[in-house]
Design a protein around this ligand. Structure first.
Ligand code: C5P
Length: 397
């Protein structure tokens, strides 16, 4: 399991219908070991009760700046917080933040803070698009405030557009990301992910079973550590991770081309893609007509992208993957040697493909390190921490 975060967050809730999502957000943060102090505006209490938030966080909710016996809740609460997150943040509250208005406990606390402020806007699309709101948002960004969202979709009023609050799971993920040490700041990482698809004819092809989830999780974990991430992705239906550059490819040859184009400036290369081992020697441009006769395809081997990168005169720090169906240790050790790479992450294909969870065993010069079963993002973070520490030690072979 991932280590619990010993962090304290002030969760500020303002008066919008999305306040109900703040309950789930609080639950997810508490589950990660984060201490959550909820501060609500008076308007927020019309949408969700302080009793709910108190029950979920185990801490009394602060609302009124005059209720605190020491009269210093705004200073005290912001001093002990590692971050303040306002979710939902109404247009009105964003306007207050942008202008330094402090007329209730939550706005005063934001003004008195000495920690990062994250804001998750939630409002009708017209209110979001309004020039005044956009001016205020630009001012917040210029002041170093982080904006989480808003998302696009159906709104409580029935309209559809940009303005709804991001889902709690996404917010929790982004908040936790801000607590990751920036060990890869300024480093460039190239990651291959997903399957490749090798055409047989205009409609048929050969591919591998791979959802791309592990590669995408690694791209996200790398971005969280401050790396500049380029993700070369085969066909998947996954959303692009925040703060990454994605290059879409289809075949192994296209993947190799994209890698060749970018590899010279990279510090690390992580090959997660399930590249098809073979391609059809002469794919047909037209659909091959079905008949009762046997069809023979000539298959020729695809280039090994990881081996190409690892054998460059000045290779980046290379990490490979191995999905095996048996004899994990034996095959993985052999593969690491054959591919000439310092770190290899191995898993059993039958427990990993398509799943949100997996378990990994890392193989390096020091031996093997088991990362027990967890969701792929948790594993990706642990793998990245391991790779980053080897890379920093200059252990490239
Ligand atoms: O040899 P095998 O396919 O098992 O090796 C898996 C590792 O090599 C993975 O890291 C995969 O991304 C990479 N690979 C590659 N190009 C290939 C085949 C595998 O980069 N053609």
């Amino acid at each position: 399991m991932e280590q619990a975060l010993t962090k304290r967050i002030v969760l500020g809730i303002t008066g919008g219908i999305a306040a109900y999502k703040a309950a789930e957000l609080a639950r997810l943060l508490v589950k990660q070991g984060i201490t959550v102090q909820v501060v609500m505006t008076e308007a927020a209490t019309h949408f969700i009760t302080p009793a709910t938030m108190q029950a979920l966080t185990g801490n009394p909710v602060l609302i009124d700046q005059w209720q605190d016996d020491k009269g210093m809740a705004h200073i005290h609460s912001s001093r002990i917080a590692d971050a303040i997150i306002i979710a939902p943040a109404t247009a009105d509250f964003i306007a207050k933040l942008a202008h330094g208005i402090a007329d209730d406990l939550l706005s005063t606390l934001c003004l008195a803070r000495d920690c990062p402020l994250l804001v998750a806007p939630a409002m009708n699309k017209q209110m979001w698009a309004n020039a005044a709101t956009q001016r205020n948002v630009q001012r917040l960004l210029a002041d170093g405030v982080s904006l989480l969202g808003p998302a696009s979709g159906v709104q409580a009023c029935g309209e559809e557009g940009v303005g709804r609050m991001q889902e709690a799971a996404k917010l929790a993920q982004d908040i936790i990301a801000t607590f990751q040490p920036q060990t890869l700041a300024g480093r460039k990482i190239l990651i291959t992910a997903g399957p490749t698809y090798e055409a047989i004819d205009a409609v048929r092809g050969i591919t591998n079973r791979s959802s791309g989830k592990m590669g995408y999780a690694i791209a996200q974990a790398a971005a969280e550590l401050g790396a500049e991430v380029t993700l070369v992705s085969g066909p998947t239906s996954l959303a692009q991770p925040n703060s990454t550059q994605r290059i879409d490819v289809t075949s192994a040859a296209e993947m190799l081309d994209a890698v060749k184009q970018h590899i010279s400036t990279m510090d690390l290369f992580i090959a997660v893609a399930a590249v098809a081992d073979y391609r059809v020697a002469q794919p047909s441009e037209q659909k091959i007509k079905k008949s009762d006769a046997e069809l023979t395809l000539e298959l020729i081997p695809n280039p090994d992208i990881l081996a190409y990168v690892a054998n460059l005169p000045k290779p980046p720090f290379c990490v490979g993957f191995a999905a095996e169906s048996e004899k994990l240790r034996e095959h993985a050790t052999e593969k690491r040697k054959k591919k000439n790479i310092p770190l290899l992450a191995a898993n059993l294909a039958q427990t990993a493909i398509g799943s949100d969870e997996s378990e990994l065993v890392l193989f390096d010069d020091a031996g093997e390190h088991v990362l027990p079963r967890a969701n792929k993002l948790t594993l990706a973070r642990a793998l990245l921490r391991h790779a980053a520490s080897l890379y920093m030690k200059g252990n490239t072979k």
